[in-house]
Design a protein around this ligand. Structure first.
Ligand SMILES: Nc1ccn([C@@H]2O[C@H](COP(=O)(O)OP(=O)(O)OP(=O)(O)O)[C@@H](O)[C@H]2O)c(=O)n1
Ligand SMILES: C[C@](O)(CO)[C@H](O)COP(=O)(O)O
Length: 241
């Protein structure tokens, strides 16, 4: 498989749950914007990767100098994450073959390690239905009754949290978005669309510290994770400072 995967990075969110003055990707994390951490990890893992960065067309914080990739382009994002990814998939579909490997990674996940990125990419090569990083659920799960009370305890056996990246051959990804559009269904990750094709993407167990920065308290947590990863170093070869 090509050593230069296509990397779709949805980065057009507004970060409403973060309740900050700017989108969360521009908040400072360990001395620099969240965005630069995530892109540095991707670049460390895939220096020759080809980046499609989905940005809000009205984004006034972004600067080209923040991107470490030689080969990259900006894609106008949409109203929802799936719309942003669909725009990038559409761009690719008009230009490259269906066998090309594509990884989709949330910009809001800056703590993904180089090792996990490469393990996931290797899994994409050997699984026709693609693969995603995921981690087994460790909490007890409750189903709510709509009035803030417990309706049931949900058995957690076999339940995993879906992380990113998620990787597929372009043809599979294109078919998944096409099917979702025809059926008018919303999907919160790419694997959900691929499942609707009757395919079963492979779960690749990833690190549980691959946090998606969503709420204000996640920023401090992400800073601690990055620091701990830097200090651990050995299993994380190639991690940017
Ligand atoms: N219309 C959108 C919405 C989200 N994203 C991206 O998808 C990833 C995951 O989305 P999420 O964490 O939900 O980010 P926001 O939409 O920014 O947050 P919120 O839902 O709190 O507004 C982020 O990297 C975000 O920038 C995107 O590209 N386009
Ligand atoms: C893709 C994802 O990060 C997998 O956990 C997640 O589904 C994104 O959800 P969001 O509601 O758009 O943050």
């Amino acid at each position: 498989m090509s050593l230069a995967p296509w990397l779709i990075v949805p980065a057009a969110g507004r970060g409403t749950r973060m309740r900050a003055d700017c989108p969360k990707q521009y908040l400072e994390l360990d001395g620099r914007p969240v965005l630069t951490h995530t892109l540095a990890r991707l670049h460390d893992a895939f220096p020759h990767g080809r980046l499609l960065l989905c940005l809000d067309p009205h984004d006034r914080w972004f600067d080209d100098a923040m991107v470490p990739f030689a080969d990259w382009r900006r894609i106008d994002g949409g109203a929802e994450r799936a719309d942003s990814v669909a725009a990038a998939v559409g761009w690719l579909g008009e230009r490259v073959g269906d066998d090309e490997p594509v990884l989709v990674h949330d910009l809001a996940r800056p703590c993904v390690t180089v090792e996990d990125l490469r393990r996931l990419y290797a899994a994409v090569a050997s699984n026709e239905a693609g693969a995603l990083l995921a981690t087994p659920v460790t909490d007890t799960l409750k189903h709510a009754d709509g009035a803030g009370r417990v309706a049931a305890t949900v058995p957690r056996d076999g339940l995993w949290r879906a992380l990113t990246p998620q990787g597929f051959r372009l043809g599979v990804l294109r078919a998944a978005f096409e099917r979702a559009r025809e059926q008018g269904v919303a999907m919160t990750d790419e694997a959900a669309g691929v499942e609707r094709l009757g395919l079963a993407p492979t779960l690749v167990e990833g690190r549980s510290d691959n946090l998606k920065i969503t709420h204000p308290e996640d920023l401090a947590l992400a800073a601690l994770i990055l620091r701990a990863q830097r200090e651990a170093k050995t299993p994380l070869q190639g991690v940017s400072p």
